[in-house]
Design a protein around this ligand. Sequence first.
Ligand code: NAP
Ligand code: GDD
Length: 335
Amino acid sequence: MTGITGQDGCYLTEFLLGQHYEVHGLVRRSSSFNTARLNHLYRDVHDPSANLILHHGDLLDGSSLRRVLSTVEPVEVYNLAAQSHVRISFEEPEYTADVVATGTLRLLEAMRDYSSLSKPMRLYQASSSEMFGCAPSPQNEVTPFHPRSPYGVAKAAAHFQCVNYREAYGMFICCGILFNHESPQRGETFVTRKITRALTRIKLGLQEHVYLGNLEARRDWGFAGDYVEAMWLMLQQSEPDDFVIATGQSFSVRDFLDEAACQLGLDWGPHVKIDSRYFRPAEVDFLQGDASKARRVLGWSPKVGFQQLVGMMVERDLELARQEATLIGAGHAVS
Ligand code: NAP
Ligand code: GDD
């Protein structure tokens, strides 16, 4: 699994370990620990029952991908690694393209060479609803892509590379076109987690304001725990194919704020300020997915709805805010 240290990586690892897989994950070098989301799953490699093994590697470094493939000999590969922040892709377009588009190509080439020598592998590619951009909703597998960000363009390139390798070389590759999915493990700069972190801290008097951008954009938000199951289901089919994964419901950022504030008994009005730096040069205004193919072929449907999703994020962040307040109350500085 590439991207094992991210939000989806931790949920997918938990799911695969539950299915009795041995999971090998690619971790990129960092000056500080980047494996916090895996702490509850990790056992020391010297423990004979350890079934989660981490390897250093990077999508920017093809040799590391080849080395890990030949060491591990995987039966299934999940390519989740990405510079996944849309706003940041406008600041770092070349880097985003290198990781997301060329990085996927490096992995495909490594897998093609490896497959010709050994047993074939199956690949899951993390495609994105951001590829639809301004295409009319509801979006499904035949909706043409019209990406609106360097990230969306890079994901579309990676998507078409995967389709091409499937057609040209007969490789078993599935692209999951996943709409936004969130969780208490979501990165703190994505809008949902930014909101639940901020409102829970405001509720406990730890901060006064939060600065946001466009409150009118609409997203089809699901729960990451439900979505990783769909990734696995795609690789269990007899034929490779691409699937949209979504809830079919769309809410605005303002709706998310309303719901989170309501659950906390808070009026967000005085606490939310608009800052132009969080707007994007081109916005994706409306995403709403049609996952009827996944329902029909994979038997997949989401279990967690919007209110419940907001509830689980609010609950976790309230707990974190309480811990922070306790530490501050006891005279400890919190970094
Ligand atoms: P995430 O939390 O941002 O995780 C991204 C992962 O990629 C992290 O493990 C990160 O490592 C790793 N990574 C970044 N650059 C890398 C590189 N050069 N080489 C190797 N690893 C690298 O993203 P996520 O939400 O879990 O999403 C998983 C995948 O699904 C991504 O490809 C994303 O673009 C795609 N996707 C996500 C959503 C969504 O709503 N979450 C929807 C559609 C598609 P560090 O921990 O070291 O940073
Ligand atoms: N991040 C962020 N921060 N977004 C904000 C803010 C803010 O302060 N204020 C408003 N927004 C709006 C953005 O303009 C966007 O319309 C919406 O909130 C969602 O932003 P993000 O949570 O950053 O997610 P995203 O939709 O751009 O991208 C996510 O979903 C994609 C799938 O459609 C990421 O997870 C991508 O990796 C993923 O592919």
